[in-house]
Design a protein around this ligand. Sequence first.
Ligand code: 7TS
Length: 408
Amino acid sequence: MSLGRDLRSDFPVLHQLVHGKPLVYLDNAATSHKPRAVIEAIARYYERDNSNVHRGLHALSMRATDAYEASRARLAKFINAADPAEVIFTRGTTESINVIARGLAARLRAGDVILTTEMEHHSNLVPWQQLARATGATLRLVPVIGADAEGGLDLAALDTLLTPAVKVFAFTHISNTLGVVNPAAALCARARAAGAVTVIDAAQSIGHVPLDVRALGADFVAFSGHKMCGPTGIGVLYGRRELLDAMPPDETGGGMVVTVTYEGATWKPAPERFEAGTPNIAGAVGLAAACDYLDGVGREAIARHDTELAAAAYQRLAALPGIRLLGPRGTRSGLVSFAFEDVHAHDVVTFADEDGVALRGGHHCNQPLMRKLGLASTTRASFYLYNGEAEIDSLVASLRRILAFFRA
Ligand code: 7TS
């Protein structure tokens, strides 16, 4: 499970004691830490170039504009977009999906169907519920299979669900609760054949697996910078150029207009059309540095590392008495989600924290899925490139201590 060198030394935050114990950070699905290269890129931008973009003719403004647009080009390359103009900077996955959902409103009528799945994060469910309400369209869901959703999505159900009435199919690439990796390219191909626009929630995949928007055949892709070693408050909405150009702006104001009179205004094309106001320039610069960092390590290698750690953790956890493990028994992404009948997830997380082990407990913004599986919450351990096998030992030791306490 080696990535060639000790990546931990690249991440300043990891070198600290928590309650007197070395930090074991296993909450990467919530947010990842930032390597020194990203922190320094942001500091360097503020120390040397800070200015507003697209507005000034002075040297710093031109440097800031160049840095911002170079970051856009870097992101386009990272996801293999055909054109940097297809990369819109947003605050993150949630904002990206909301902008897409509102932007597609004009394409939907009463009787149309918006298709999503039972395993979506609230960010890829609630905006579609709102769009359905606003347009009179119907929201339908691809079910998950099995008492612990161990079968992933019911792909056979797509045969009946993907009718010509479906105008949008929005699905997650990797589930943040189950660790399921959905066959995104196949899902896009089937949706396209049925005439539906595809939206991929790539929040959990972007920093973990190679992601090529053209190979996937996706119309829209949404992701957050903070889950891929980048800063918070920056993310991407990728959209195919022709779809973006046909979409109305979401927010209006400075920077996205061509001509303004007292009566009205005309819009620039993408990406400016969707970036009203002063953007998160330093965030974009930091995110581009994160792309460099991840590609320097190698995304294939990261994917292998994360899935090997999660598979090893799954095996070790399965040996704990009275544990219920969610999601696939075989190949999974870099996270494991589990529940004990007799110990609440919040108690597990609180006890683990005393041992310096950072986990997440709760519904993970998957309330309807939890309800369907008959659970109030789960505990989740999620791995990333700086984690190692010794941290699985720490996790298991901590869980054994918790179980011993509650079952004494
Ligand atoms: N979609 C998925 C699949 C996610 O996992 C998350 C965040 C989001 C969307 C929203 O991303 P944001 O950056 O806009 O907030 N998931 C989690 C999580 O699992 N624990 O904390 C945040």
